[in-house]
Design a binder for this molecule. Structure first.
Ligand code: DGL
Length: 276
């Protein structure tokens, strides 16, 4: 049955776990395959052509190896580069993308000023520029590309994460709830919610942090419902794939999702081939 098949979720690395966490909460009866392309990360500084090629290869792999019934692109950079290509190459497959939460940010701000942290690839994409233009009349957005931050989160290098969070929040300048200050910060890369405690410590309790996990999970539910693809028999299981080190993905899944399954299934030869 199509409904019994898993949902594919991919990212350049562990960032997409912030989306998977929301998906599992919203859709506890679904099974998932999580694909971390850590062997080719970070995407944010690699350029659009590279990221779209990887996204297309990963989608084919997930369809062929796991017969996924839907695909969640749990990466802002890959969504910006490739979601249109994924939809046109796989017309039958429901594809859900992720984009920086500018609209929720504009709705939440009281000062009318919103900071946006994302990868260089996301911020320079045509898709993001279109979104920004459509919302310019609603708020003033201050954009800062965060080179190195996703990689530091991926590596679990807390000192470097802290240093970069400090550098980039200083660059956004100036946070607060007074007139002309930035009271809302959009975390426009799926890795960044895993640095939330650091941002919170640097910015204090008054600044609102906005991420996209829940809206993406709700959109996935809507798409599955509309196509009668909700799984009546799933167990909330996750199969793991990675082009990087299985132990790193396992450690991240345990730390952030409380999952202890071994993320080794399917890594190895298949992914070496995929990496070629
Ligand atoms: N997590 C990804 C995103 O949402 C990409 C991070 C990276 O590999 O640069 O943009």
């Amino acid at each position: 049955m199509d409904r019994d098949r898993p949902i594919g979720v991919f990212d350049s690395g562990v960032g997409g776990l912030s989306i998977l966490r929301a998906l599992r909460a919203e859709l506890p009866g679904e099974d998932f395959v999580y694909f971390s392309d850590a062997g080719h990360a970070p995407y944010g500084e690699k350029g659009e052509h590279f990221v779209s090629r990887r996204s297309l290869e990963i989608a084919v792999d997930l369809l062929e190896q796991h017969r996924i019934k839907a695909l969640v692109v749990a990466c802002n950079t890959a969504t910006a580069a490739a979601v249109h290509l994924l939809r046109s190459h796989h017309g039958h497959l429901p594809v859900v993308g992720v984009e920086p939460a500018l609209k929720p940010g504009a709705a939440l701000t009281k000062t009318g000023r919103v900071g946006v942290l994302a990868t260089r690839g996301t911020l320079s994409s045509a898709k993001f520029q279109t979104l920004l233009t459509s919302l310019r009349h609603q708020a003033d957005f201050v954009l800062v590309p965060c080179d190195g931050l996703a990689a530091a989160i991926e590596a679990g290098d807390e000192a470097r994460v802290r240093e970069l969070c400090r550098r980039y929040t200083v660059e956004v300048c100036c946070f607060g709830t007074g007139p002309g200050e930035i009271d809302t910060l959009v975390l426009g890369c799926t890795h960044y919610p895993f640095a939330e405690a650091t941002f919170r410590e640097l910015l204090g309790p008054a600044v609102q942090l906005v991420e996209t996990g829940q809206p993406v999970a709700r959109q996935t539910r809507r798409l599955l419902e509309a196509r009668n693809l909700l799984n009546p028999h799933g167990r909330g299981g996750v199969q793991w794939r990675t082009t990087g080190a299985p132990e790193s993905l396992q450690a991240a899944a345990a730390r952030w999702l409380g999952l202890v399954e071994r993320p080794a299934a399917g890594s190895g030869d298949d992914d070496l081939k995929l990496a070629a």
